[in-house]
Ligand binder design. Sequence first.
Ligand SMILES: [Zn+2]
Length: 108
Amino acid sequence: MSFSSMMTLKCPQCEEGKMFKGVFKMYEHCPNCGMKYEKEQGYFTAAIFVGNFLYGLVVAPTILIMSAIESPIWKIALVLGGFSLVTVPLIFRYARSIWLYIDHITDS
Ligand SMILES: [Zn+2]
């Protein structure tokens, strides 16, 4: 299990099969080894916490830096709004990937 497989959104079991077939659409099973990704209903609920953590890692410094240079609140909101449009699909995918890897490591 490697960090690069997690970052390239590959299956945690075989590290070959892709997790996603669209921006937000996942395969139910790994196309390579057949591992079931969503093990049960609500399995990816924990990925929301991972996603919020990732989002905080990028948003908090932005707010701190823009506050330090005394940007008006509307500029901060505008930057964060635009930033969110770009990063939400990325965070969604990486949150699920990180959660799958955490669960796979702790499960085996
Ligand atoms: Zn696989």
